[in-house]
Design a protein around this ligand. Structure first.
Ligand code: MN
Length: 305
């Protein structure tokens, strides 16, 4: 169980991202962007962006709420659902409906066109939507590899218990102790979905040399004994150091994201993230030329698997 620092110093807290303003992505996702590469690039690499949607209650509707057809190239979009349902389909043939606890790991790589909507049954029923969308960068060598789609269901994600009733860790990607997450990744990454019990001190071993970010979704925690991180806030940690100490005042939900940094230039524009401006021009031309494919006409919800 990686709950000791293995003799290494703690990772220093570099900054806390606070007060993210809400904006709408399409008409389905009211998000707060807690992490974004234009400001934080090398501090959060290999991650690029994290949008936290909700929690917000939607009334029942027959409308298709969400984001219509749009492209991506050069990275992966990872959607982690906490409440509600999301439906997706893309031009590489990937698609599915995911609900609470499920994860969609879409590798856009050389390019896809996709759409993201509330699930039909959820929309008709109405209810709380809460989800995270994380963008994971690809190294230059993999940016033009073929797209792929991993639909990861809740029951495929192992849950590691922390000692002494401190809580649990859902291992979405990478490893935690003897548990291995189901997501296949291009570079070394750990994505841990933490449920922390109140009044606990948890010492998490996080690899020396990895960037690490703690994103709090519920509750309040203190890290390394001093700084407080609250709801919809993210603590960024130094690459150096081998562990992070977390004190939970109340029950808390948080994502611990860490990974080996990709130390390459990042040049992005909207849905494309590449290494230089010429590659962005090419991405726009390829999208406009139809090279990222198209979705078949939407028809009805029932066509979606
Ligand atoms: Mn998208």
């Amino acid at each position: 169980m990686p709950t000791n620092g293995a003799g290494k110093p703690a990772k220093k807290l570099i900054s806390i991202q606070r007060n993210a303003a809400q904006h709408w992505v399409g008409d389905g996702f009211p998000v707060r962007t807690l992490l974004a590469y234009p400001e934080l690039g090398s501090l959060i690499s290999p991650f690029l962006l994290l949008d936290y949607a909700g929690p917000i209650e939607f009334p029942p509707t027959e409308k298709h709420l969400g984001v219509a057809e749009h492209p991506h190239r050069g990275f992966e979009t990872v959607t982690i659902v906490y409440a509600g349902e999301v439906e997706h389909r893309d031009s590489s043939g990937g698609g599915g409906r995911i609900g609470p606890g499920d994860v969609q790991w879409m590798t856009a790589a050389s390019g896809v066109v996709h759409e993201e909507f509330h699930g039909r049954d959820f929309a008709r029923r109405g209810g709380i939507l809460e989800m995270v969308q994380l963008w994971v960068n690809l190294p230059a060598r993999d940016k033009m590899s073929p797209p792929r789609y991993q639909n990861i269901l809740n029951n495929q994600i192992p849950i590691a218990s922390l000692p002494n009733g401190q809580g649990s860790v859902r291992v979405i990607a990478g490893e935690f102790g003897r548990f291995t997450g189901p997501a296949r990744t291009f570079t070394p990454i750990h994505v841990w979905d933490l449920q922390l019990a109140s009044e606990q001190r948890i010492d998490l071993a996080v690899p020396d040399g990895y960037n690490a970010t703690l994103v709090v979704l519920k509750g309040t925690v203190r890290v390394n004994g001093c700084e407080t991180i609250g709801v919809a806030e993210a603590g960024l940690f130094d690459r150096a150091g081998g562990h992070i100490c977390i004190d939970s005042a109340h029950d808390a939900t948080a994502l611990l994201l860490c990974g080996e940094p990709i130390d390459e230039p990042i040049v992005g524009s909207g849905p494309f993230v590449m290494n230089n401006a010429e590659e962005i021009r090419q991405a726009i031309a390829d999208y406009q030329g139809g090279k990222m494919g198209h979705l078949s006409p939407r028809g009805t919800y029932s066509e979606i698997p």
